[in-house]
Structures are given as C-alpha cells and as structure tokens.
Design a protein. Structure first.
Lengths: 256, 66
C-alpha cells in the first residue's frame, strides 16, 4: 500500500515520530528507532555541562533519520528563532519544531509567539512544525504563515494523560489541509490509534516510550497502534447505532 | 584576559582561540556549536577566531528532547 506521509517536500513511510529525551541511556535510541520504524526524531539544543564528560547524542541517532530540532527553552518568538537558526547552522538541517512556552506548570504553547516565530522561520526557508493548542484559527493562521504541518497537543507534555483535546483535534483534522501531527500527552498505544483512526497524519511520542519499563517493546507497540489506526482510517469505520444490529441472519432459526 | 564560558568566568594568560578553549574542556569540535557574543562561529574558523577580552562564549550541543 503506497500510503506515505508528506511533510514539506519529503515523503515518509512511518507515521510515528519519536523523541530522544528522557531515556535512561541514549544508547537505547538505535534499537528504539529500529523497532519503531520511525524516520523522524526530535532533538533539543542546550549548553554543554563543562563539569562532566561530554557525550554526544548524535552518536546514537541513526544517520538515515530526519532530525527535527525543537526550540524548547524558548519563551518568546525571538528566542525560538534564535534556537532554530543555531540548529540549522550546526548542521541539523532546516526542519524545526517550534515550541514556545512560558508557563512552567502546564507547559502549554504560546500561540501568538509561535505564530510570530513561524512567520519569520518559514520566510527563511525552514520547514516549520509548530507545537500548538488544538485551535482552528491558530492552525489556519500558521498554515497561512507557511507552516508545513501543525502539531496539536493531546494533553500536557509528558503527562501521559491521553487525548483530552479530542473534539478540537478532530476539527483541525477536518479543516486543515496539511498534516496534523498529534504531539504531547499520548500515554499509551490506544491513544495513538484513536487519533490515527480520526485521521491524524502522524503522532510524536517521547515520554510514553521513554518512561515505559520496556521502552523497546513499547516503541514497537506504538508502531503497531499507529499502523492499525491509519489502516482503520483508510478503510473507513463502520456506522455507529444506538441499538443492536444482529451480525448473524435473523431467519432460519432452529426453533422455527 | 577573561572570558565568560557557559556562564563560568575563565582567565587566560595568553589570548586563546576557539579551538584552544574547546581543547581546554576536552570537547570534540565536531560535536559542539560555539557562539561568541551570541554569534555562531563557523567550524573552519575555530583555530583563527580569537574572542576579545570579556566576550561571552556559549558552547552548545544537541541533546535529547521531545
């Protein structure tokens, strides 16, 4: 089945984007990447801790994977723009996940600042994937500003609370003609399957895999769930009814 | 002269270049990103670029993130 995910001008077989944070040891990342089939991986940019031996995450990321640097740590548009430019200059490519957050309790994205950063970075040739609240008007404005996709949250980052914004995500999927990638809060494979059945283009999973006692097996479980959800969406779900509808013939009973 | 490297003050007897600062911390130049006074320094000028006294140096790297 030739069902590819298109972001910008690139095509991907996998609809599972993975994160690279929170693993107890980065050396597990190659195995996670292999079993998940993921082709896109998020990374972050930070100051080096000069008091301890520096280990490079990049040594563990398979070379074929597309890097998606995030702008985590940015509190406004200009900080996000700065991080994106540094990431590109450092050889991470021209993709960026814009993440502008100033609320430290819920880590909710600042839509206004995210939009401003998107306008600037898209005009500079970045492939921009903004992390947002599931809001139709913001989504439309981001697409107008040149975003390549939108990444609505299911629930707060790292919370594993699942798809709390289901109805709003459904509206985005219906109204936005670019990929809707559900990011944040997906806690279990059935959450991912749910949004894929709804027609989401992809999911980005980090915490749910990294915080599992068996991250490799969980990565495979997410891969299966996303495939299953996607196939269900493409097949089309059956009709829901209020009352029972018999699956077996209602004629020819033995007692007749 | 003094430099502020990742928010730590560092004193040098002779004027360092970026490569000598990186070497001081045993860092691999291919695995890091260097900013001097907020400006990105391209890798092929690490051995020739000499920050002026009081400059702010940021040494960054790619880390895990979601």
């Amino acid at each position: 089945m030739n069902d590819l995910l298109k972001i910008g001008n690139e095509y991907f077989k996998s609809r599972l984007l993975t994160g690279s944070g929170k693993y107890s040891c980065d050396s597990i990342i190659p195995e996670i990447s292999e079993v998940s089939g993921s082709e896109i991986i998020t990374v972050a940019l930070r100051r080096v801790d000069l008091n301890s031996k520096h280990k490079s995450l990049m040594d563990y990321i398979p070379k074929h994977m597309k890097l998606l640097p995030n702008t985590s740590g940015a509190r406004n548009a200009l900080e996000a723009v700065k991080i994106a430019r540094i990431a590109r200059a450092s050889g991470c490519g021209n993709w960026v996940k814009i993440e502008v957050i100033s609320d430290n309790k819920y880590l909710l994205p600042d839509g206004y600042e995210t939009l401003k950063a998107t306008e600037i970075l898209a005009s500079e040739g970045f492939v921009v994937l903004p992390y947002i609240n599931a809001d139709l008007y913001l989504g439309r404005s981001l697409i107008d500003a040149g975003a390549a996709a939108v990444m609505p949250l299911g629930s707060p980052i790292g919370s594993n609370r699942g798809i709390q914004c289901k109805e709003m995500i459904k509206i985005l999927i219906d109204q936005i003609n670019l990929p809707v990638i559900v990011d944040a809060g997906i806690g279990k494979p059935s959450d991912a399957a749910l949004v894929m059945e709804m027609g989401a283009s992809a999911c980005l999973i980090n915490t749910a895999i990294a915080s599992s006692p068996n991250p490799v097996l969980m990565a495979e479980a997410f891969s299966n769930a996303i495939d299953a959800g996607r196939k269900a969406f493409l097949a089309g779900l059956g009709t829901k009814t209020e009352y029972a509808v018999a699956s077996s013939p209602l004629t020819g009973f033995l007692h007749e | 002269m003094k430099l502020l490297v990742n928010a730590n003050t560092l004193s040098f007897d002779v004027k360092p270049n970026i490569l000598s600062i990186i070497s001081h911390y045993n860092l691999n130049p291919d695995k890091i990103i260097v900013l001097v006074n907020q400006e990105i320094i391209v890798k092929n000028s690490y051995s020739s670029f000499e920050p002026s006294d009081g400059s702010t140096i940021d040494i960054l790297s790619i880390v895990g993130g979601g």
